[in-house]
Design a binder for this molecule. Structure first.
Ligand code: 13P
Length: 246
């Protein structure tokens, strides 16, 4: 095992008081092979970076534009300026509720890569596709479109939409099989010399993290609800750390 990644996605949650409480409870021995980051709403990036100097910060989205008259947008260059290491791109909530298309996601990926912030590309099928056995087809199409113009510098998160915020998790076998497929697809699209980390996301918690991290094709986790409390996020970090030492 080389490295594991643990990214907390706070979505539209957080406050200065929540960051203060989280940082007071956070106590985790840094492990150089375990990359931990938290993605708060944009306006808390700086506060979180100062409160948790041991963790990286990630953004939840970025603009395709470098700058200009784009009210409400935040550019990838601004994220770099703030010391942001990662940016989530193409989360299913942005695809579903904010009309993000595969073409737009490919542009955001390129914007992040050219600015020098590592994108975390999210892919994943809806429940109906899983029930119809079409999950590989859906995810392959998302990858082909998003990675058509991509550089090798990225992480991928497999987040089956039916597992997000539902308490349903992909079984370790389902996650591992999909990650295996993603790995093959990515290496044929970007070249096999690049080892792209593939994270799993969807109701990861302190109870199921161990079994997921133990899967050979799972290189980490993108965690929503269970990243909001320091205690549960630390427990998941501990599972990751234990798996690195195996
Ligand atoms: P939950 O862990 O709350 O299911 O959210 C997963 C997710 O969407 C992370 O990006």
């Amino acid at each position: 095992m080389t490295n594991l990644y643990l990214i907390g996605n706070w979505k539209q949650h957080g406050s200065r008081a929540a960051i203060q409480a989280f940082s007071e409870q956070w106590s985790f021995d840094p492990n150089p092979q375990l990359r931990i980051a938290i993605a708060p709403p944009f306006l808390y990036l700086q506060a979180l970076r100062e409160a948790l100097p041991d963790c990286h910060v990630a953004a939840q989205d970025c603009s395709v534009h470098a700058q200009g008259a784009h009210t409400g947008e935040v550019s990838a260059d601004m994220l770099v300026d703030l010391g942001c290491q990662y940016v989530i791109v193409g989360h299913s909530e942005r695809r579903q509720y904010h009309g993000e298309t595969d073409a737009l996601i490919a542009e955001k990926l390129a914007a992040a890569q050219s600015a020098g912030v590592t994108p975390i590309l999210c892919v994943g099928e809806q429940q109906a596709a899983r029930e119809a056995g079409k999950q590989d087809e859906v995810v392959r199409a998302q990858l082909r479109s998003a990675l058509a113009t991509s550089q090798p510098n990225l992480l991928i998160a497999y987040e089956p939409v039916w597992a997000i915020g539902t308490g349903l998790t992909a079984t370790p076998a389902q996650a591992n099989d999909m990650h295996d497929m993603i790995r093959q697809e990515v290496s044929s699209l970007l070249g096999s010399s690049h080892a792209t980390p593939i994270l799993y996301g969807g109701s990861v918690n302190a109870e199921n993290a161990d079994a997921l991290f133990a899967c050979p094709h799972v290189d980490g986790a993108l965690v929503g609800g269970a990243s909001l409390e320091a205690a549960s996020f630390m427990a998941i970090a501990q599972s990751a750390s234990n798996n690195l030492s195996h």
